[in-house]
Design a protein around this ligand. Structure first.
Ligand SMILES: *[C@@H]1O[C@H](CO)[C@@H](O)[C@H](O)[C@H]1NC(C)=O
Ligand SMILES: *[C@@H]1O[C@H](CO)[C@@H](O)[C@H](O)[C@H]1NC(C)=O
Ligand SMILES: *[C@@H]1O[C@H](CO)[C@@H](O)[C@H](O)[C@H]1NC(C)=O
Ligand SMILES: *[C@@H]1O[C@H](CO)[C@@H](O)[C@H](O)[C@H]1NC(C)=O
Ligand SMILES: *[C@@H]1O[C@H](CO)[C@@H](O)[C@H](O)[C@H]1NC(C)=O
Ligand SMILES: *[C@@H]1O[C@H](CO)[C@@H](O)[C@H](O)[C@H]1NC(C)=O
Ligand SMILES: *[C@@H]1O[C@H](CO)[C@@H](O)[C@H](O)[C@H]1NC(C)=O
Ligand SMILES: *[C@@H]1O[C@H](CO)[C@@H](O)[C@H](O)[C@H]1NC(C)=O
Length: 341
């Protein structure tokens, strides 16, 4: 991970300087002719203001019958709702679900300090706050609310569902356990000594910041292409027009950055401990069989109790399932939520 200080101008350069891979119908910014998007905000119990979008199919009667099923969609770690979450929320809304995509606390339009800080407890709370929001709309049936988490949000929706049984069905795609990957690295490539070095660096930076230095950010995806295949996969999405999203007038450089001193909180995050207590509510894990993150879906599936399903998308990698609409197994998600909400 690298430190950055450069401003928004660097993004234009990074976005335009590289080609992108739009195969398999990559369509992160898809808008449906049949779905209306309503920008919303709602509070959490911690008094964070969450920025979200509410998606409703145009011909759906939004009367006071409290009958509609609803789904909350969470974005990849370090991203914003405009990256992958809106796409999933839009496609699910086309099917008649009421959907909400949200920015995790301190990301995108949601409040929280420092900007882009790690706080798994607040992230889980944001999903419960979205359930509060949906359950107080008179067209939503409170007993028919589910969640779908992309990448890091796959772990965050599991942690939310463990303590919030109002969440009735839990799906994830390209799940990342942000606790495990920060403790151990991918496929246990990081040992305890290396972990201790990360912790020591964050502790030193904490001294720097209390002594007056500004917030130090580390980024998950480099600005310049490297040889690392995982970096290259993320780069193709986050650093090209395929998936780069910059809010108008943003002074904050890019998504995927997080404050270094908060990142160590992930070391205390064990989303899959007690995952079996979610039963009998159903869990669906979807992953590419080529995904570098497949160990996390496998681990969660192994530990979960029935009902549970682990669905492999043949040939797909991790980021492919963010936006490649011809690879994403839409019918699995539609069927799962139709059957369980
Ligand atoms: C583009 O992405 C697809 C899906 O991941 C992959 O199969 C293909 O090899 C990629 N093409 C290039 C030129 O990298
Ligand atoms: C939009 O709605 C029309 C009319 O119901 C339907 O024929 C069409 O397939 C829908 N398109 C999408 C993308 O959902
Ligand atoms: C919650 O935050 C809002 C600003 O977003 C503030 O106006 C309000 O006073 C806060 N409420 C409490 C109880 O702190
Ligand atoms: C819902 O409520 C409206 C009036 O509020 C009523 O006309 C309608 O028949 C009800 N049922 C359904 C399924 O929409
Ligand atoms: C809400 O959903 C439950 C099933 O979970 C159903 O029994 C109930 O009739 C629904 N309520 C309305 C108002 O549609
Ligand atoms: C941890 O990994 C580093 C780098 O490969 C190596 O130098 C070190 O000896 C390892 N430490 C332990 C305790 O295995
Ligand atoms: C990244 O690449 C751009 C040109 O595409 C170059 O201007 C910039 O200096 C590079 N940054 C680093 C850190 O290598
Ligand atoms: C961006 O800045 C321009 C010029 O100051 C302003 O007109 C516009 O409203 C701003 N957009 C947002 C979303 O704040």
């Amino acid at each position: 991970m690298k430190v950055f200080t450069s401003g928004i101008a660097a993004l234009g350069m990074a976005v335009s300087a590289y080609a992108q891979n739009l195969s398999y119908g990559a369509d992160n910014f898809y808008r449906s002719p049949n779905v209306t998007v309503h920008p919303i905000t709602f509070p959490t119990q911690n008094n964070n203001t969450i920025a979200g979008n509410l998606f409703t199919r145009n011909n759906l009667p939004l009367n006071g019958n409290a009958s509609a099923p609803a789904i909350v969609v969470g974005h990849p770690m370090g991203a914003v709702k405009e990256q992958s979450a809106n796409l999933y929320a839009t496609r699910l809304a086309e099917q008649g679900f009421i959907t909400v995509s949200l920015d995790l606390p301190s990301y995108g339009g949601s409040s929280g300090f420092p900007i882009n800080s790690v706080s798994p407890e607040l992230y889980a709370e944001a999903f419960s706050a979205a359930v509060d929001y949906l359950g107080t709309q008179d067209f939503v049936n409170r007993t028919r609310i589910g969640v779908l988490g992309v990448c890091g949000s796959g772990g965050f929706v599991v942690s939310a569902a463990k303590i919030d049984p109002r969440i009735r069905a839990i799906a994830s795609v390209s799940m990342y356990d942000m606790g495990a990957v920060n403790r151990n690295g991918l496929r246990h490539s990081q040992n305890i000594t290396q972990r201790q070095q990360v912790i020591a660096a964050a502790a030193q930076q904490r001294w720097n910041e209390v002594d007056g230095a500004g917030t130090l950010y580390v980024r998950g995806t480099p600005l310049n292409l490297t040889a690392n295949p995982v970096d290259r996969e993320f780069f193709d999405f986050y650093r090209t027009r395929r998936g780069a999203f910059v809010p108008e007038n943003s002074t904050f450089e890019l998504t995927t950055a997080r404050s270094e001193t908060s990142n160590v909180r992930f070391l205390n995050f064990y989303p899959f401990n007690d995952i079996e207590t979610i039963s009998p509510r159903p869990l669906l894990f979807v992953s590419g069989d080529q995904a570098h993150s497949r160990e996390f879906s496998e681990d969660a599936y192994r530990r979960a109790a029935e009902p549970k399903e682990l669905y492999w998308v043949p040939g797909a990698g991790h980021v492919d399932l963010y936006d490649r609409v011809e690879l994403i197994p839409w019918e699995r998600f539609y069927g799962f939520f139709r059957a369980n909400l």
